[in-house]
Design a protein around this ligand. Structure first.
Ligand SMILES: Cc1cc2nc3c(=O)[nH]c(=O)nc-3n(C[C@H](O)[C@H](O)[C@H](O)COP(=O)(O)O)c2cc1C
Length: 256
């Protein structure tokens, strides 16, 4: 497989950096072709600018402008390079430390700038339907999140003070990766990542290796597709699906 590893940590000697190094080595050992987007090393610019979209006239009409620029081939070279890597990839690993319940800004800005209209969203089928949530330009590609979190595992469980990991990752896994069409595999998480004894690190490294060995076969998180019949015209879950239930978990075809 072709695997793109997107890495967002400023310090290569961190726990995240050590797992990244081992993960890349594992993938190469398995015979995969691997490319990397090491965002800090690349000095990735995370800030959307009108000039990204062939504009520069001061009007920040990113959605429409990005679609036009995408169609005309006018996107900034750094965006185009990342989109080419995504087109090339069969699977994408997205690795980061959890910062304030979410992605480091540099990674958020990677999605903001690379997943533009006509690429990450606003993709239409021949019949005019908008393709999203399970369909889209990136359909058929696998995605897997690898994260380190300071919180201990119970505190990211169903009644943990942080909210569950699934909930914390919902904007990325459901609202971004699945939205753009990708099949999202269950994440790999290292908890209590600020104090990791050697034995726990070895365990985390083995777990990541196992998950990389099965990157092409692990079943995805069973998010409901937008156009699979579960939602009405307002994109509200039909009453006979997960009857009476609310919350993010209803968007799974079975309890997560
Ligand atoms: C700015 C910042 C925000 C953080 N926010 C969170 C958070 O919301 N939840 C959490 O569990 N840990 C949080 N942490 C802890 C990091 O997730 C933790 O330091 C990191 O995963 C350790 O791995 P590393 O050595 O690879 O950086 C935060 C750390 C920093 C620096």
């Amino acid at each position: 497989m072709n695997v793109l590893w997107v890495f967002a940590h400023p310090e290569p000697r961190s726990l995240s950096g050590a797992l990244r190094d081992d993960g890349l080595c594992t993938l190469r050992g398995l015979g995969h072709d691997v490319r990397e987007s090491d965002l800090y090393a690349m000095k990735w610019n995370p800030v959307v600018d009108a000039a990204d979209f062939g504009g520069g006239d001061g009007r920040l009409v990113v959605g429409a402008a990005s679609a036009r620029a995408h169609a005309r081939g006018e996107l900034s070279a750094d965006i185009v390079a990342e989109q080419e890597k995504l087109d090339w990839a069969d699977a994408v690993v997205v690795q980061f430390p959890l910062w304030w319940y979410g992605l480091p800004a540099i990674l958020k800005g990677w999605f903001d700038r690379v997943f533009v209209k006509g690429f990450g969203y606003g993709v239409r089928a021949g019949d005019g339907r908008t393709l999203r949530y399970g369909e889209g330009r990136l359909e058929g590609k696998r995605a897997m999140v690898v994260l380190a979190a300071g919180a201990r595992e119970p505190a990211m469980g169903p009644r943990g003070v942080n909210g569950s990991l699934d909930e914390v990752l919902f904007p990325l896994q459901h609202g971004t990766l699945f939205y753009a069409g990708m099949s999202v595999l269950p994440p790999v998480a290292v908890y209590g990542a600020d104090r990791v004894p050697d034995a726990q690190f070895a365990e985390a490294r083995e777990h990541l290796r196992d998950r990389l060995r099965t990157l092409g076969t692990t079943g995805p998180i069973p998010f409901r597709t937008q156009n699979g019949g579960d939602y009405d015209d307002d994109l509200v879950l039909r009453p006979d699906r997960a009857p009476g239930a609310t919350g993010l978990g209803v968007h799974l075809t079975r309890a997560g």
